[in-house]
Design a protein around this ligand. Structure first.
Ligand code: ADP
Ligand code: MG
Length: 692
């Protein structure tokens, strides 16, 4: 067995491999494309393709695929073999530059929100040379973007790449206002912490709800949930530990820096955190990580659940999106500086985020809105559905001092003027981790905590990049034209604090008081996806995305349509699955049990002349009737949904279907509690959570 440093990245066509295998001039052209986005001509692509193919074949690859991220939120691939027939009995293995650069998957069934008419159903995949190619399951995977014939983005990667260029441009304008330190480029760095559940595969197979919807639609509370709080960071069982080792190895081979693994708060829940990297690579890697978690789980007899809320009564799973801005020479722009000038720059970047989050609350809420995440956000275990920023007491005190021209630190007996007077050394506040905050500054990065566990991180990151770029551009507009730079800087910072401090909240986000206060502050509270989607294509957001060239109006409308459609489809599948489970499994099982009890009561009456003891039977009977009735109502409501108007259908899901599903579940869970376990048709929460 090779050592970790030896096999780390062994399946990635990375920089080292390229340097080894490409002629020098080709390597440099390739690097320029990766770093500066210069275009590649076909002759270069041919050489790269050939080197990739030789390398892949040495690693036992037989196929290649363009690997992309359609708007389903998962990845897609269509495998082609390298085989090229020579004559009736001979083949050679080929892979051309043309095949590397462009693909035409028959992609008519990927969601497109109306961007492709069926007569032009073709979608094109274009090589994204900024992400490394890699080998997975004997297939050379080439990261690509996916677009329609007219170039409209049909995927989650294109807008992310566009947004990275935009934030680079705007951040460089701010950087140019200060003495340069050799900075030529700024990228967003992202480290997504991934939560998941592991349950026994054989038990999973017995739950149609888990198989079809990813979550349990029924399940009475176990007598022991997470109240002992002893699962968090607890000992990892041998079986899980073997699984984690295997996951790490697979990820390391793919060059993914899987770093931290631990148990989470809920039973059977775990977390994996990678070391951060550039946003587009982090996004690719997170998709791969989710895929590998599920694949390796199967090998170990587990099912890995990535749903946001697989079980009621215990915590759901999220994904913390750690986000920062880093320069080409490794300076983290959200790291408080040691000198006044660097602190002024730091404050500009910090406040650009504060202002962006305040002004685009709706957009940030929409980008994490999914049917699954609705069960999690605001449920006293995950961040509330209201967006606010946690800065920590120290940093808030600094902002407060600037806003009011107060002395922040007694050792500095002057009022604080940015860039003029010496600022105190900013304390790096990493200790106070307010877990209730949806958007927390954690020392040198922001942690966006509202993402659900199964979400592609592309969308939250291109939204963050775009809204922060917009604020940076507005700051730059003011400062570039200022006659008195220092004065303009001070005013800008002070006014930004004044205007946007309402979004800063360091307290407990789970309390009723916060709900009230947030309302007073005028912050948005959008509890469900159906409430959030209308905040997506507002005129303000259309202006934002078109200004920066992230989306045109049609692309935005398409995404809006997909949001509604996906939400509706998920709810509909859940409701249909629920009905089927009740009618085919649960009611028959409970009736069987009731019959057994009835027979028993009759026998007792005959034999011992006892009074029929019927309390339990009556209770079962009442609940069974209530369950039957509520299920019929659910069916009726499903029939009434208008499938031709997705917006209306989404609203019915929220207002009519989901509440009715809660009623059906309510009766079922009560029945589960009083029905003999041997009669219950499915493994219960105890089995799923404690017997895996
Ligand atoms: P913890 O939150 O457990 O103390 P860290 O704060 O070190 O751990 O990191 C949590 C996640 O944040 C990791 O995935 C890490 O790679 C990521 N992270 C750390 N620094 C940055 C950064 N500058 N940009 C983006 N992500 C970062
Ligand atoms: Mg975290």
């Amino acid at each position: 067995m090779n050592t970790i440093p030896e096999y780390f990245g062994e399946y990635v066509f990375n920089d080292t491999i390229m340097r080894q295998r490409l002629p020098k001039d080709i390597y440099h052209k390739m690097k320029a494309t990766m770093e500066q986005g210069t275009s590649l001509d076909l002759s270069v692509a041919n050489v790269v393709a050939n080197a990739m193919k030789d390398w892949a074949i040495e690693k036992q690859a037989t196929h290649y695929t363009h690997w992309f991220q359609p708007m389903t939120g998962i990845t897609a691939e269509k495998h082609e073999s390298f085989i090229c027939p020579q004559d009736a009995s001979h083949v050679i293995l080929e892979f051309s530059g043309k095949e590397l650069i462009k693909g035409e998957p028959d992609a008519s069934s990927f969601p497109n929100g109306g961007l492709r008419a069926t007569f032009e159903a073709r979608g094109y995949t274009n090589w994204d040379p900024t992400s490394f190619a890699f080998i997975k399951d004997h297939t050379l995977c080439i990261p690509t973007v996916f677009c329609s014939f007219d170039g409209s983005a049909l995927d989650k990667k294109t807008p992310l790449l566009r947004s990275m260029e935009v934030i680079n441009r705007q951040a460089m304008r701010i950087i140019s206002l200060f003495p340069n330190e050799g900075i030529t480029h700024v990228s967003t760095t992202v480290g997504p912490e991934q939560e998941y559940f592991l349950i026994d595969k054989a038990l999973y197979e017995q739950r149609p709800d888990l198989i079809l919807t990813g979550r349990t639609l029924f399940g009475a509370k176990v007598t022991r949930g997470q109240e002992m709080e002893d699962h968090y960071f607890g000992m990892i069982s041998q079986r899980v530990s073997a699984f984690m080792q295997d996951v790490d190895q697979e990820l390391w081979k793919l060059g993914i820096f899987a770093k931290t693994e631990h148990k989470e708060v809920a039973p059977a829940q775990f977390e994996l955190a990678p070391v951060f990297t550039t946003a587009n690579i982090a996004s690719d890697q997170n998709q791969l990580t989710m895929e590998i978690l599920q694949k390796v789980a199967e090998r170990h007899g587990f099912a890995c659940l990535l749903h946001e809320k697989p079980f009621a009564h215990i915590n759901g799973s999220g994904k913390h999106n750690n986000w920062s801005l880093t320069t080409n020479n490794g300076i983290n722009l959200l790291e408080p500086g040691q000198t006044p000038q660097k602190n002024a720059r730091f404050l500009l970047f910090l406040l650009a985020v504060v202002k962006a989050v305040d002004e685009y609350q709706g957009l940030l809420r929409v980008c994490v809105a999914t049917a699954g995440n609705d069960h999690r956000l605001g449920a006293n275990e995950a961040p509330p559905a209201i967006i606010s920023i946690f800065l920590g007491d120290e940093l808030e005190a600094v902002l407060d001092a600037i806003e009011n021209d107060h002395v922040y630190d007694q050792t500095y007996e002057r009022s604080m003027k940015i860039g003029v007077d010496a600022l105190p050394k900013f304390p790096k506040d990493t200790t106070d981790r307010n877990r209730t905050s949806p958007f927390a500054f954690t020392g040198n990065k922001f942690e966006f905590r509202m993402l659900g566990s199964s979400l592609s991180i592309s969308c939250p990151n291109y939204i963050l990049n775009t809204i922060v770029a917009e604020e940076l551009s507005k700051f730059a507009d003011v400062l570039e034209n200022a006659n008195d730079f220092e004065k303009a800087l001070h005013t800008l910072i002070k006014e930004t604090i004044q205007e946007h401090k309402r979004i800063i909240f360091n307290g407990n986000g789970y309390t009723e008081e916060w709900l009230k206060e947030a309302k007073q502050r005028g912050l948005l509270n959008l509890p469900t996806t159906a409430d959030a989607i209308p905040y997506y294509i507002t005129s303000n957001n259309i202006a934002l995305f078109t200004k920066h060239g992230i989306f045109n109006e049609n692309e935005l409308k398409a995404r809006d349509a997909i949001l509604y459609e996906t939400y509706y489809k998920k709810c509909n599948i859940e409701a249909l699955t629920m009905v089927r489970m009740v009618e085919q499994d649960i009611l028959p099982a409970v009736i069987d049990y009731e019959n057994m009890l009835l027979m028993n009561a009759e026998k007792k009456q005959l034999l011992f002349k006892q009074e029929k003891h019927t309390t339990l039977i009556q209770k079962l009977d009442e609940l069974t009737n209530a369950l039957y009735e509520s299920t019929q109502t659910l069916k009726e409501k499903l029939k009434q949904m208008d499938e031709h108007d997705m917006k209306a259908a989404a609203m019915s899901c929220k207002e009519s279907i989901l509440p009715q599903m809660d009623i059906v579940r309510h009766y079922t869970d009560q029945l589960e509690e009083i029905t003999a376990k041997s009669y219950w048709p499915y493994p219960d929460y105890f089995d799923l959570l404690y017997r895996s």
